[in-house]
Design a protein around this ligand. Structure first.
Ligand code: V47
Length: 375
C-alpha cells in the first residue's frame, strides 16, 4: 500500500486516475483507455506509468545486440508510398547482391562480437526461392555464432506467391536452413483504409498476423512494428496494438514491439502530404509509453534509435523502453527516406547511452539470451 502510494503519480489529467489504478493493480487496459492515453497532455504521468510497468517487467536492465543489418537488394516492386528505399531494375542507385557479394559484405563488417544479422530488403521479382535458403544456410555455416533474423511477413508472403507453398512450408524450410527469428516489419498500420492508401500491394493485415501466428507455432520468435506519423488516426494506432495483443494471447512468440516513426524524405507519401517534418519527440515518446501500457503481454518495447535519434532513445528508457536494438552498422531503409542519424553505432556508444540513463546495459542475442551484463 505504502509502496504503491509512493509509486502512484498524481495525474494532472483526471481521466488518467482510473487508468493509473488499473495499471498499478496489473489490470488490462481497454481500447478507450488506450485512446485516452494517446489524447492526454499529461505526459509526465504517462511516462511514469510506462516506466513503472517497464521496471516491473525487466527491472533496471536495458538490452541491446551487436548486430549487422544486411539489405542484399533494394529492388522491390510493391510500391508502398512511404518507402524511399525501393528501386526498379535499371534505375539509378539499384543494388542486387549475389551470394558472393553477400559474403563479401559480411566479411567487410564482421566483428568477433557480432551476434545477429538482421536481413531487411525488397520483394525481388526474379530471385528464385533457393537463393533465400542458400542465403540463410550460407550465413549460418560461414559465421558460426551469428544468428540470422530474417524476412518480414511481407517478404514471407512474397515467397508464398513465388513458390505457391504455404506460409508454414516456407517458414519451416527457412527454419531448417538456420533462421532463428523474424523481424517485425511490414505491419505498417493494420486498419484497412490506411493500409490500402499506403501499402496497397503488400500482404494484408490478416496475412501479416497469420504469418506471425504460424512462425510462433513453429517456434520462430518474432517482433512487431507500427509505422506512425503519416495518415493514420490515434484510433488506428490503438487498434493496431490491440490486434497484436490478441495474437500474443492466442499464440505467444513476440519478443518486442517497435514503433517506427515515419521518415519523410524521398517518398511519395511525404510528397502527397507535403510533409518534410519528422514526428515530434513527444509523439515518439507517447507511442512507446502507450505501447508499454497496452501491450501488457509483450516482454520488450524497443526504442529504435535510427528513426527517433539516440538522444531521444535515451530519454525513452524512462518511458517504457527496455531495448534499444543494436549496433546495426549499415542501416539503409530509414536513411533512404531521410533519417538524420548514423547508419550504425558502436557497442561503447550504446552502453554509454544506457548507463547515462541510469540503467544496466545487457548485451543480448537475437533470442534475448543475456550474453553480458555491464553492471
Ligand atoms: O517494413 C519503410 C518501415 C520497416 C519507412 O524487428 C519506414 O527488430 C519509417 O522492420 N519511415 C523495416 N519507416 C524496418 C524494420 C525493423 C526496424 C528495426 C527493428 C526491427 C525488428 C524491424 O521500415 C519496413 C517499413 O515498415 N519503413 N519506409 C519510412 N519512410
Amino acid at each position: 500500500m505504502i509502496a504503491s502510494a509512493i509509486a502512484t503519480p498524481k495525474p494532472r489529467d483526471q481521466r488518467l486516475a482510473p487508468i493509473a489504478d488499473k495499471v498499478l493493480s496489473g489490470e488490462r487496459l481497454s481500447f478507450a483507455e488506450g485512446l485516452a492515453l494517446y489524447q492526454t497532455t499529461d505526459i509526465p504521468t504517462l511516462m511514469r506509468l510506462a516506466d513503472l510497468v517497464r521496471a516491473r517487467q525487466v527491472g533496471d536492465k536495458a538490452y541491446f545486440v551487436h548486430s549487422l543489418r544486411l539489405s542484399q537488394t533494394n529492388i522491390c516492386y510493391v510500391g508502398c508510398t512511404f518507402c524511399g528505399f525501393a528501386r526498379h531494375f535499371g534505375e539509378e542507385g539499384v543494388w542486387d547482391y549475389d551470394l558472393e557479394d553477400v559474403w563479401a559484405f559480411v566479411d567487410r563488417h564482421y566483428h568477433p562480437e557480432l551476434t545477429e544479422i538482421h536481413i531487411a530488403s525488397g520483394h525481388h521479382p526474379k530471385r528464385g526461392w533457393q537463393y533465400y535458403l542458400d542465403l540463410v544456410s550460407g550465413l549460418t555455416t560461414r559465421y558460426p555464432g551469428v544468428q540470422v533474423k530474417a524476412w518480414t511477413a511481407a517478404e514471407i508472403h512474397h515467397f508464398h506467391k513465388l513458390t505457391k507453398q504455404s506460409y508454414r512450408e516456407i517458414l519451416s524450410q527457412l527454419k531448417e536452413a538456420g533462421l532463428v527469428a523474424m523481424p517485425g516489419g511490414g505491419a505498417e498500420i493494420f486498419a484497412e483504409p490506411v493500409r490500402r492508401r499506403i501499402a496497397r500491394n503488400k500482404v494484408t493485415a490478416e496475412g501479416w498476423l497469420e504469418i506471425h501466428r504460424t512462425a510462433h507455432e513453429l517456434g520462430i520468435p518474432t517482433n512487431a512494428t507500427m509505422l506512425y506519423g503519416h495518415v493514420e488516426s490515434l484510433e488506428d494506432r490503438v487498434d493496431h496494438m490491440l490486434r497484436l495483443r490478441a495474437l500474443q494471447d492466442d499464440s505467444p512468440g513476440f519478443f518486442s514491439f517497435i514503433p517506427l516513426a515515419f521518415q519523410p524524405d524521398n517518398n511519395p507519401l511525404a510528397r502527397e502530404l507535403n510533409q518534410s517534418e519528422f514526428t515530434t519527440g513527444l509523439d515518439d515518446l507517447r507511442n512507446l509509453a502507450v505501447a508499454r501500457l497496452l501491450l501488457d503481454n509483450f516482454p520488450h518495447i524497443k526504442g529504435y534509435w535510427v528513426m527517433i535519434t539516440p538522444e531521444l532513445t535515451q530519454v525513452s528508457l524512462s518511458a517504457g523502453v527496455s531495448d534499444i536494438d543494436g549496433t546495426i552498422k549499415d542501416e539503409r531503409i530509414a536513411h533512404a527516406s531521410g533519417a538524420v542519424t548514423e547508419q550504425g553505432l558502436t557497442e561503447g556508444e550504446l552502453i554509454g547511452l544506457i548507463k547515462d540513463a541510469g540503467r544496466t546495459p545487457v548485451k543480448r542475442d537475437a533470442l534475448y539470451r543475456e550474453l553480458k551484463v555491464y553492471a
